[in-house]
Design a protein around this ligand. Structure first.
Ligand code: FES
Length: 152
């Protein structure tokens, strides 16, 4: 049977009735129509589904929505403010940090969580910290350059 789950998604409280096994990823995509968050592997291996939960990055395919009841979730749709791109979105554009773009929302959400940790990182440390986000096109040098720019 379905359970009531309340999520605060990009600042908006949403109450859904979900099967208990619904992943956060499927809740976002299929129930809230927030399709910016991508499903790559659905097994925690690619990072395409990365969102922020209470500001921390997680693979949304690896958590059930019911486990996040009451949590504040930020998706790629919630990063730009008042029509202005988030600094990471701008940096990814400036550095051509994508090719097909499928991994990009996850890359940017993951990088947003990383930046929020507030530690200055070297290029190698950024690469390591972003290793959970796979880019099949191999745009890694540009992705790292974009994150470096946003880090300031
Ligand atoms: Fe979640 Fe690949 S879809 S890690």
């Amino acid at each position: 049977d379905k359970l009531a789950v309340t999520l605060i998604v990009n600042g908006v409280e949403q109450t859904l009735r979900l099967a208990p096994w619904t992943t956060l990823l499927d809740a976002l995509r299929d129930h809230l129509n927030l399709t910016g968050t991508k499903k790559g592997c659905d097994h925690g291996q690619c990072g395409a589904c990365t969102v922020l939960v209470e500001g921390r990055r997680i693979n949304s395919c690896l958590t059930f929505a019911v486990m996040q009841d009451g949590a504040r979730i930020t998706t790629i749709e919630g990063l730009a403010r008042n029509g202005v791109l988030h600094p990471l979105q701008q940096a990814f554009t400036d550095h051509d940090a994508f090719q097909c773009g499928y991994c990009t929302p996850g890359q940017i959400c993951s990088a947003a969580g990383l930046l929020a940790e507030g530690k200055p990182l070297t290029r190698d440390e950024i690469r390591e910290a972003m290793s959970g986000n796979i880019c099949r096109c191999g745009a890694y040098p540009n992705i790292v350059a974009a994150i470096e720019q946003a880090m300031g």
